[in-house]
Design a protein around this ligand. Structure first.
Ligand SMILES: Nc1ncnc2c1ncn2[C@@H]1O[C@H](COP(=O)(O)OP(=O)(O)O)[C@@H](O)[C@H]1O
Ligand SMILES: O=C(CO)[C@@H](O)[C@H](O)COP(=O)(O)O
Length: 462
């Protein structure tokens, strides 16, 4: 009899669940629920969305796994009650604490070697330090710290134990990526006392059972989930256009970039996933569409009807501040506007600015790896934009590959669940999606203008 697995993606904007045939990877049912906006969220909202999407599906599954937005800090007391709203990956209030943690770890070079990445406001430990300094009563109550997907996995687990995987752990700043172990003393320093961390599970470990008897796999971060869902190969680069914009590639070795352009994360299979993440992904197109009073399809038409280069105009898409480059307090800017500038040029400038910020992240990954990627795969909600696909190909100057839109993070979670269910050494082999190739004429001046303009406004990023 066929076995089924449930893969869940609890990302920034929504929660998606896919019921999948464990042997073939065929998706048989699909559900989705929204998350609230903001960078500080009561985890009860995620639990509600999780309950909505798993209703009617969980009992059909033989195994389940959750992939979630990375880095968010969920503080729990001894009874597993949430101490305060979770601070998310895109909350930049802990930028000063990131510098303080970097100094505590012995400076950027030693920090990168120790915990894989130079601490940034995105990472969990900096948020814990912010709580210690600004909300000492909450810090004192915190007995455990979990990441969003760990907390949600515990909701499904009859045992009430917290588990995480190495991929997710590598985004905390209290995990030693090269040695693949927790650094409990860093977590304790950040919050001000000893604090319980989730148990670190192996990629295909069974970490519990649901009440209906489904096996629970450890889950992972959403980007690690996407890599597993796409069955990423050496030489593939992924650009994920979700709330964040992410460029990532697989690696056999842990990255340690003291310049802070590359996050040295682990993946969900025992390898590594160097990644460059910006705070401004697809919502830049939401902003462009709202500003121009159009929907996404109309925005795409406007962009494609304008001349490449937007008549020399440049848009820096730093609406939420920025992480890559590390400019937490940056703002978005529109400049170099001359006579004859029209609405369609504004649409074009905004989407070109987004593509340029992705190129900058991708160049960091390529520089770290020392070799160009063989192919670039574009996924995420923003990949549905025909205009973004074409502009990205123009700005990168190479072909990009776009799979049929699908929830690759949830597919990755399902594949992890199927892997744990099988008890095999390697994940199951599932058919990969067809991809369309998007080619466009190379336009090097777009990126050149963007970088010149950006470096003038923010010389610290040069
Ligand atoms: N056709 C489109 N053009 C541009 N952006 C789009 C389009 N369709 C969806 N999006 C945007 O994609 C984002 C959601 O992508 P998703 O990958 O689900 O995000 P997340 O994983 O961060 O929750 C939203 O900001 C949404 O408005
Ligand atoms: O912080 C990072 C990666 O380091 C983000 O990529 C989050 O993991 C959120 O992802 P999306 O909701 O944008 O997919």
């Amino acid at each position: 009899m066929a076995q089924f697995v449930l893969g869940i993606d609890s990302s920034t904007q929504s929660c998606k669940a896919l019921l999948v045939n464990a042997e073939t990877g065929e998706i048989v049912e699909e559900k989705r629920a929204s998350h609230p906006g903001g960078t500080e969220v009561d985890p009860a909202h995620w639990v509600k969305a999780l309950n909505e999407v798993t209703e009617g599906l969980l009992e059909k599954a033989d195994a389940v796994a959750i992939a979630g937005q990375q880095h968010g800090m969920v503080l729990l007391d001894e009874n597993n009650e949430v101490v305060r709203d979770a601070l998310l990956w895109n909350d930049t209030r802990s930028a000063p604490e990131a510098d303080e943690l970097t100094a505590f770890l012995g400076g950027p070079q030693r920090a990168a070697e120790h915990v894989g990445s130079v601490p940034l406001a995105a990472y969990t430990a900096t948020k814990m330090l912010w709580v210690r300094k600004n909300e000492p009563q909450n810090a004192a109550r915190a007995a455990k710290v979990a990441l969003p997907h760990d907390y949600l996995t515990m909701q499904l687990n009859a045992s009430d134990e917290l588990y995480t995987d190495h991929g997710e752990a590598s985004g905390t700043s209290y995990y030693n990526t090269a040695k693949r172990q927790w650094e409990t003393s860093i977590a304790a320093w950040a919050i001000g006392h000893k604090i319980e961390l989730p148990k670190l599970a192996e990629p295909n470990e069974v970490v519990g059972k649901t009440e209906s008897g489904a096996l629970i796999a450890p889950g992972t971060g959403d980007n690690m989930g996407a890599a597993l869902g796409l069955d990423l190969q050496d030489g593939d680069a992924v650009v994920s256009m979700g709330t964040s914009a992410v460029a990532m590639m697989l690696s056999d070795v842990a990255a340690a970039d003291y310049k802070n352009n590359v996050s040295g994360f682990a993946d969900a299979t025992g390898k590594y996933l160097p990644l460059a993440c910006t705070l401004n992904g697809a919502p830049v197109m939401d902003f462009a569409a709202a500003t121009l009073g159009v929907d996404h399809d109309e925005l795409a038409e406007m962009v494609l009807s304008a001349e490449p280069g937007a008549k020399g105009a440049v848009f820096l898409p730093y609406l939420a501040g920025e992480r890559t480059p590390n400019l937490p307090h940056a703002k978005a800017h529109l400049g170099n506007i001359g006579a004859g500038f029209e609405r369609k040029d504004l649409a074009r400038a905004m989407v070109e600015g987004l593509a340029c910020s992705v190129r900058e992240g991708l160049e960091n990954i390529v520089a770290q790896r020392g070799a160009e990627p063989d192919r670039i795969i574009l996924i995420g909600g923003g990949a549905k934009s025909k205009a973004f696909r074409e502009v990205l190909a123009q700005v990168l100057g190479i072909d990009i590959y776009v799979p049929e839109p699908a929830e690759f993070v949830a597919i990755g979670a399902a594949r992890q669940a199927a892997w744990a269910l099988s008890g095999e050494v390697t994940p199951p082999v599932w058919k990969q999606p067809e991809m369309i190739k998007v080619s466009a004429e190379k336009r090097p001046s777009i990126y050149r203008n963007y970088i010149n303009y950006r470096n003038k406004l923010y010389p610290e990023a040069a």
